[in-house]
Write a protein that binds this ligand. Sequence first.
Ligand code: NAI
Length: 212
Amino acid sequence: MPKTGEVSASVIKRLPRYYRFLGELMKQGVERISSRELALRMKLTASQIRQDLNCFGGFGQQGYGYHVEGLHEQIGRILGVDKTLDTILIGAGNLGRAIASHINFESRGCRLTGIFDTNERIIGLKVAGLTVMHNDDLEAFCKEHKPGMAVLCIPKANTQKVAEQLVKLGVKAFWNFSHYDLSIDYEDIAVENVHLGDSLLTLTYRVNHMGE
Ligand code: NAI
């Protein structure tokens, strides 16, 4: 399998979508699919699909297409859903609580093991089956449980400091919802910045330029 650096960011970005579509096909009882049919459903081109999957050695067979369950499993393995990455969440406010409660971490190769906040009124509350802890306990927790990933749901102004502390404590990946670009500061750390507002703006652009 190629190293992460050898696969383009755009291919990596498309993999979760392949995984999701193939999972849906499995639920519909589809056993095999041609790249043409998959392309039609995903609104991609067949050659794009073949090129993407060739980055990992290709999984199709001439005249057969793709075995849906097999491809789903292999893409899952590439994404790492068969692993268990211990994950903590910082900031148990409205967004943090929604993410902790509604994202299925385990089906995506992660396990939420700790939730932290600094607000005394929130500490001690149960969220997604976990008791919210104070940031003061972060160091001891990380030393004991060694989480590899952190979800950041805290205000922008506090993000850098918390991220620096977590990097020192061994966190290697951030799912970052705070509006602060961490990748600038940490080259060796994997960061996925999520801006729901950007997605909305993309939509408003499309609505406002319809028919041009
Ligand atoms: P909120 O105010 O409900 O929750 C923020 C929580 O973070 C509070 O419980 C607060 O006590 C805690 N907190 C603050 N500093 C902390 C620190 N250093 N360590 C641990 N906990 C800390 O706000 P909400 O609505 O949950 O949003 C959280 C952040 O996410 C905001 O900065 C907001 O701008 C951002 N946001 C980002 C979105 C995105 O698409 N990326 C969407 C919505 C909000």
